[in-house]
Design a protein around this ligand. Structure first.
Ligand code: GDP
Length: 410
């Protein structure tokens, strides 16, 4: 599709994915408008500056919770396409700031849809739903039994176990206020399509990362600390649950998917976006250390035991009927053979350059956790979606970002 001179409105343009999307659309010569919250100090969001697009986007001051500003944004931009990415997007924050999350993510989305409906706009909307909507995904019978014990009930009950890779028809079992808010937005988008003909397509993107990813997300938490370790600013890596498995894509691949959905996505439909890989937080740390110059020989629990030699060795065996790049520790965690818990205190990583300590911080463990995410992306692949970036490409981009001292957090 030719994006030249198309009017595009991006909510969340100052965010991580939003800024990459804006950059791509500018390169395609679209007229890019972005809804941006007023900043008391008058500065422009770092993401917009880092993408080098400050002079090329039309920033409209406004807020999803303020309908008048949304009406203004539609009047000013007359959008052919709206990418609705603005949200309070951090799962952990949603546990502490639940109402803020609902106000922005639920009411904000309802406000946007109402504005589009009342103004009779025929713009096509691409909504950023989330893999977190799937929440509790059952990857084994044992995990199902454990979930029943932990939560009393599993709702909806699974039809088949394992439920991975996760397709769009998988049950939604959101596990956080954030996840619930995205289910709301997802359903409301489709309801407005069916009820009022609003041309809305839902993307359920799995985790996407890269340079500039919010500092509180785990891939940034890890790579930021690895670079700090490299420069002697810290002496250990502090982390929460590192058994969690995530389907991590590069933000560029997901942004390409958003464009594809705008071009070819069917209104009222939901499309997963992801890499069809799943890797553990532990692997992210170990592969990150290797990428940054440590040669990992083995790991063991600080309190002893759970010793694994060559933990980053590539594991070739298929799992859940598919093959994807993963490490020995990923495979062990996936098979339920390995789990590090708070009782282990942490992990000692034995490397050729000396030991690296990973310390568990109990505060970083979540009240409710999503153990595994792995996307089935066959539906969007049929539209032409492709994944171009490997896990190591993502790691490299993030490590390079934190090479710059000013990007490293305190
Ligand atoms: P999410 O999948 O949207 O929740 O993305 P995050 O990047 O915030 O978290 C991914 C996984 O990493 C979750 O299972 C977290 O429990 C786990 N995790 C472990 N340690 C940390 C940490 O220090 N910070 C964050 N954000 N997540 C952590």
């Amino acid at each position: 599709m030719n994006w030249k001179d198309k009017n595009v409105l991006i909510t969340g343009i100052g965010g991580f994915a939003g800024s990459y999307l804006a950059k791509k659309l500018i390169n395609k010569e679209a007229n890019v408008y972005g809804l941006i919250r007023r900043r008391a100090d008058g500065t422009i969001a770092k993401n917009i500056i880092d993408r080098g697009i400050a002079g090329e986007v039309n920033l409209i001051e406004g807020d999803l919770t303020d309908v008048t500003s949304l009406a203004d944004a539609l009047d000013q931009s007359e959008p052919d396409y709206i990418f609705h990415l603005a949200a309070q997007s951090f799962v952990e924050r949603s546990f502490h700031n639940s109402q803020e999350t609902q106000n922005i993510n639920c009411m904000g989305t309802a406000n946007l849809l109402e504005t589009v409906r009342v103004k009779d706009s025929d713009s096509k909307i691409v909504f950023a739903g989330s893999s977190e909507e799937y929440g509790l995904v059952l990857s084994s019978q044992e995990q199902y039994e454990k979930a029943k014990k932990d939560y009393g009930t599993v709702f909806p009950e699974p039809e088949n176990i394992p439920e991975v890779p996760i397709s769009e028809t998988n049950p939604l079992r959101p596990m956080s206020p954030y996840a619930v808010s995205k289910v709301y937005g997802d359903y409301l988008m489709r309801n407005y399509y069916h009820s009022y003909g609003v041309n809305a397509v839902v993307s359920r993107a799995f985790n996407h990362e890269g340079a500039g990813r919010g500092i509180m997300f785990v891939t940034s938490v890890v790579t930021n600390q690895i670079m700090k370790l490299k420069f002697g600013e810290i002496d250990r890596i502090v982390i929460g649950n590192l058994n969690a498995l995530r389907d991590w894509s590069h933000v560029q691949d997901i942004v390409n998917g958003y464009l594809l959905l705008a071009e070819k996505g069917q209104g009222g439909e939901v499309y997963n976006q992801g890499s069809m890989r799943t890797n553990s937080v532990l692997s992210y740390i170990l592969l990150g250390l290797e990428e940054a110059g440590w040669n990992v020989n083995g790991i063991e629990a600080v309190n002893g035991g759970k010793e694994i030699q060559d933990p980053t060795e590539f594991d070739e065996s298929p799992i859940f009927g598919i093959k994807f790049p993963k490490t020995k520790v990923d495979q062990l965690i996936l098979e339920g053979e390995l789990e590090y818990t708070i009782k282990d205190k942490g992990i000692r990583v034995n490397t050729q350059q000396g030991d690296v300590m990973i310390e568990f911080n109990p505060d970083r463990f979540r009240p409710a956790e999503v153990p595994i995410l792995l996307a089935d992306t066959n539906k969007i692949q049929k539209l032409g979606a492709k994944i171009e970036f490997s896990l190591n490409n993502i790691l490299k981009d993030q490590l390079n970002y934190f090479l710059k001292k000013e990007n490293r957090s305190n």
